[in-house]
Structures are given as C-alpha cells and as structure tokens.
Design a protein. Sequence first.
Length: 119
Amino acid sequence: QVQLSQSGGGLVQSGGSLTLSCTASGRRFGYYTLGWFRHAPRKERDFVATITWSGNKTDYAASVKGRFTISRDSTKNMVYLQMYSLKPEDTAVYYCAARPLGVATWSHWGQGTQVTVSS
C-alpha cells in the first residue's frame, strides 16, 4: 500500500512561485504514474500534470502549461510540482496522486495542500 504525504503550498502574491512536494511511503512507487490535481472552491477537481514512471513523459493542463513543471525522484520516492508565474485562478487545494502502471484509476491520494495566490 502506498501512502502519499504532501508538503509545500501556502500564500503567495500573483506572479510568485511555489513548489509542492509529495513523498510516498509504504512501498516503492517506481512503476507508478504520478500526478497533481487541484480543487478550487465551487469547481470540480481538475487535472494539473502527470509524469510517467520513467519520468520521460509529462503532460499538463492547458491552463498551467509553460508555468508549472512536474518532476520526480524515484530514488527518493518523491514527486514535485514547481509553480511559476502564479495567478489568482491557481488558488486551490492541490493533491498528488499515484496509479499503478497500466491502471486507469488514480488509486492513491495525498492529503491535499492549500495554495492561495493573492492579486
């Protein structure tokens, strides 16, 4: 069983930067696809970014492409989301997630961390 624990987040001014981290424990997640999602007030939870188990393929939501970077360090069981040029509309609770290779369902979730971008 994989447990995901997040850190980072907080309050930042528009145009600022933040980095979110997510650590997996319980077992190595080298063969898991990892992702970040966010849930803003009064909205559905949205996909933000994913990275394959090998780290050689990433995918981003159009709204964050060019501003956010997802990366992973499988030796440390960690995944990161570097966020630049933050906008007030990026304000949300951010979640890291993991799913086994070849499985469509995101089966493991972090506890969520608040990111607030002030204008």
